[in-house]
Write a protein that binds this ligand. Sequence first.
Ligand SMILES: Cc1cc2nc3c(=O)[nH]c(=O)nc-3n(C[C@H](O)[C@H](O)[C@H](O)COP(=O)(O)OP(=O)(O)OC[C@H]3O[C@@H](n4cnc5c(N)ncnc54)[C@H](O)[C@@H]3O)c2cc1C
Ligand SMILES: NC(=O)c1ccc[n+]([C@@H]2O[C@H](COP(=O)([O-])OP(=O)(O)OC[C@H]3O[C@@H](n4cnc5c(N)ncnc54)[C@H](O)[C@@H]3O)[C@@H](O)[C@H]2O)c1
Length: 491
Amino acid sequence: MSRFRRSEPVTPMELDVVVIGSGPGGYKAALTAAQQGARVALVEKGLAGGVCLNEGCVPKAALIRLAGLIESANSLNGRGLVGEVRGDFPAAMAHKARVVDGISANFPVWLRRLGIRYLQGSARLLDPRTVAVEGPDGNVTLQARRIIVATGAIPREHPACPADGVRILNSHHFMYQLDALPASVLVVGGGAVGCELGYFLQQFGSRVTLVERQDHLLGGMALPARATQLLERKFLRLGTELRLGVEVVGTRVGNDGVSVSFSDGGEGHYERVLVVIGRRPAPSGLGLEKLGVEFDAEGFIRTSKYLETTQPGIYAVGDCKPGPMSANAAFHDARVAAFNAVRGNTLRANYHRVPLVIDSALQIATVGLLEERAEAAGFEPEFARANFMASIKARAHNDAEGFIEVVHDDETGQLLGGCIVGPDAGEQIHMLAAACQSDRGLWFFSDINYTHPSWYEDLGNAINPHAQAIARSGRDLFRPGIFATDVGGED
Ligand SMILES: Cc1cc2nc3c(=O)[nH]c(=O)nc-3n(C[C@H](O)[C@H](O)[C@H](O)COP(=O)(O)OP(=O)(O)OC[C@H]3O[C@@H](n4cnc5c(N)ncnc54)[C@H](O)[C@@H]3O)c2cc1C
Ligand SMILES: NC(=O)c1ccc[n+]([C@@H]2O[C@H](COP(=O)([O-])OP(=O)(O)OC[C@H]3O[C@@H](n4cnc5c(N)ncnc54)[C@H](O)[C@@H]3O)[C@@H](O)[C@H]2O)c1
């Protein structure tokens, strides 16, 4: 039962929950609170759907789909397909804009239909329960018992490589302002966005150089070295230049491009530079500082494990607080914070349940506890592996680069997590996530009848020898009710 009773007397603008920001964190929080019976308003100062819908996950997915099709078709050129497939960059950018517009046009309507009061305008907190909204249709003041902040993040700036929106772009400029395919691009930052957009540009025909200050790609994501090495090899094979362990130390913008100096003494000249070195909290303009809400050294909002800030009754979700930055992490936060805001602090944030997917020259997906974290949590991690070279589906598709690695506890067969690299990894990871939350352990996979050929049957193939060895040993098998994904909920 909701703690908020609809029979309580309210003024017209009095609400149970006000959510600020309509990205994945904000809209999911608003929906979750509304589903709990709360009266909810959602305030957005920019485009409905936030970064994810307008300049992140959605447009990127449309572009990467095209890049993947180009690569797949060309890999089968002469194997039943005839001719080289090439991308049309302006048409691709127009296509992704149509995809976004088709969703965003109905977004506020959809939210309103679900009972959420959607307000266009900039929110500011007057006190811990009062939100002033300055919008195109005038000013409104909202009273709420709980406030959920979901104000997101913006691109980090590079002092030696300042974005001007013309020659030196960030991901926002890339999505809105790049109208012609650059002949050459330097991508600064080999993280999620750099690997994804770098792959897209390469497949469309740009000469791409990726510079990353760490000595391997996707270094901030605690991925198995095998996964990132495979991605690096693939990039090199496709013709992308990798400058790893190197930084940009200087740039000079000219009429025909950007001259760049690197920390290893190297130099280069590129038509465009794309700076994607992470994101930092957006200055929200909410006035939270004055209300006792604390921030960490980088400006992220501090929260408890219940996602409540240091000001009781104000919660924070998604990219504006520390933790993984992805739409699905924001969805997770939103569910936790909205539930706690309506029913009292019960649910804890736990990112072991949140998968990560990178969609680049290879798809890389992980979930749960990988080796180090599994050991730290007191398990004896053992690895079940399958290589896609042995996969019938992969051979049939002529796309056999990748592997499945399932981490389990050697003593009990309990599933802890894993990593999948290869086609469809971002879909397969859901089955691994479900398995990690089941009480069947390794037997979750061995009890399934898989269609053949399928990507999923390789999950079964990977664990088979281990499941059989544990069964043969007569050891005390999996202890139902202890889930790896419950270990170590974040504070
Ligand atoms: C290029 C790119 C590709 C990405 N691809 C993926 C992907 O494939 N999968 C994935 O899971 N993640 C992806 N991400 C990450 C994902 O987009 C973010 O993690 C996600 O959008 C965070 O959601 P959020 O709700 O915290 O914030 P946001 O989506 O940033 O939304 C915050 C909203 O708050 C609004 N706001 C701020 N201040 C105020 C105020 N004072 N009043 C009213 N409104 C305010 C802003 O206008 C904004 O709309 C990608 C990111 C980028 C940049
Ligand atoms: N599929 C997804 O879930 C997805 C997709 C895209 C983005 N995102 C999220 O959006 C956020 C932003 O993505 P991003 O790629 O900008 O950030 P990121 O944190 O993923 O990667 C930034 C990279 O830039 C490198 N870097 C930092 N400073 C540098 C410098 N001066 N020179 C060279 N390299 C430097 C870092 O070492 C890191 O590898 C991330 O948190 C990411 O997880 C998620």
